[in-house]
Design a protein around this ligand. Structure first.
Ligand SMILES: [Fe+2]
Length: 442
């Protein structure tokens, strides 16, 4: 039986290509179909939950595993997959309901900032990793950081600053942090909210930081059971907290939105009149009836617009398709964007079939269907010297059912429907996983 032909009574995150792999693999000089653009020198790394024991109580709580491909001068130099060796991975006991920012799975994202590669999960400190995906240890910014660190920090392309937040089960429930381009923690500001809620992502513009205070709230019985400690609240409400970048808490204002849940923000920016625009993958609800309900296939691309002085956001659904993992050209982070890339979830947690590209200016969208392949998150890599928003490439892992292994695909971002520019054959399966990034020059 192939590794992915699992029994149907197992949860969806242990079936098909969501199931964990059991080996760490190293392979050099990978086979390539097509041609890798020689200017792509660096590391593509991606994180995901891959429980060491082979199973976990929830998709989100398995041990982190990084998958990386090093590209150099038109060659696929190597592929490696490595577990993030957190204290928990190494056997440190778990204390259900007792958060510990030094005991984590580090399973959600991996970024590079100020010369450090960091594996991230939202309830712990970052774990520093080497370029070869070996674990170095926790990074607490010289002892200054004492809250968790979101898995979705934002790097400002103009200043090189890293903006992030941490949320906790005890006050302060939400804290915003900013790190300068050299990696020094500049400031930390507690953000007043009513309760501990699950805050997976946030938004940044050139002038503001936007927090999402949404009705998926801390659930003590679930925490005591050791599963995802959150559930939908009918009464909590939903709002956006808008903080001026570089200013203090006195600049914070709250804006009402329709109740919803959002894991992922595509990007946000400011219009000429000062309106703030935020594009998100939007769920009308999440985990109503408890955190054991697991559906991640109903998000739609939606836009919030907050005019100056408004107390309620304007809301617009941009497309009816079910999509997730929204990304933009990271050179546009916090700046105006027209193009959003997503993966079509197809209304089924197990079939991420297509990559979608939305041009929000023209309203047109294009797709790349991977036939029987399953796409993971794709990231945009700007072309050298390119000025167009979609100059460059899209990179991501695609599971090939026929050979029960994965490929790293490189697509031309201007012509995503065309044949891939390069298809790099990996010797093993890369589970669907969560988030990754291209790290140029790393
Ligand atoms: Fe995420």
């Amino acid at each position: 039986m192939s590794q992915v032909e699992a029994k149907t009574d197992t949860p969806f995150w242990e079936r098909g290509n969501l199931a964990p792999v059991h080996e760490e693999v190293t392979a050099f000089d990978l086979p390539v179909e097509g041609a890798i653009p020689p200017e792509l020198n660096g590391l593509y790394a991606r994180n995901g939950a891959n429980p060491r024991e082979g199973h976990s109580g929830h998709w989100f709580i398995g041990d982190g595993m990084l998958h990386g491909v090093s590209l150099k001068d038109g060659r696929a130099e190597w592929y490696r997959n490595r577990w993030v060796r957190t204290p928990r991975f190494n056997g440190a006991p778990r204390r259900p309901g007792m958060p510990d920012i030094r005991s984590s799975t580090a399973n959600t994202n991996v970024i590079a900032h100020a010369g450090k590669i960091m594996a991230l999960v939202e309830n712990a400190l970052p774990m520093m990793m080497t370029r070869d995906l070996d674990t170095v240890g926790f990074h607490d910014y010289g002892g200054k950081l004492d809250t968790p660190f979101t898995a979705h920090p934002k790097i400002c392309p103009t200043t090189g600053e890293l903006h992030f937040f941490g949320y906790a089960f005890a006050p302060p429930f939400l804290t915003y942090h900013a790190v300068d381009a050299s990696g020094t923690l500049m400031r930390s500001i507690p953000i007043p909210v009513k309760a501990s809620t699950m805050v997976h992502d946030f938004a940044m513009t050139s002038g503001h930081i936007i927090f999402m205070d949404l009705p998926v709230v801390f659930d003590m019985p679930a925490a005591q059971r050791g599963t995802m400690p959150f559930a939908w609240s009918e009464t909590y409400g939903a709002r956006l907290g808008i903080l001026k970048r570089g200013a203090g808490i006195e600049s914070l204002r709250w804006v009402e939105i329709d109740p919803c849940y959002v894991f992922h923000v595509a990007n946000a920016f400011e219009e000429a009149d000062g309106s703030i625009v935020i594009d998100v993958a939007w769920y009308s609800e999440l985990w109503r009836g408890g955190p054991s309900a697991t559906s991640f296939d109903k998000a739609k691309l939606r836009r919030w617009r907050v005019p100056p002085g408004a107390t309620k956001a304007q809301e617009q659904t941009l497309d009816e398709r079910s999509v997730e993992f929204p990304r933009v050209n990271d050179d546009r982070a916090g700046l105006h964007h027209d193009i959003v890339y997503t993966v079509d979830t197809g209304g089924d947690n197990l079939t991420y079939g297509s990559l979608c590209k939305y041009d929000l200016k023209t309203g047109k969208s294009t797709e790349h269907a991977f036939d029987k392949g399953m796409a993971s998150e794709f990231v945009h890599v700007p072309g050298k010297g390119g000025t167009g928003e979609d100059d460059g490439w899209l990179i991501g892992f695609v599971y090939d059912r026929a050979r029960d292994a994965s490929d790293l695909m490189i697509l031309d971002a201007q012509r995503i429907e065309s044949k891939p520019v390069a298809r790099i054959g990996l010797p093993a399966r890369v589970p669907q996983g969560f988030h990754g990034n291209w790290m140029p020059g790393v």
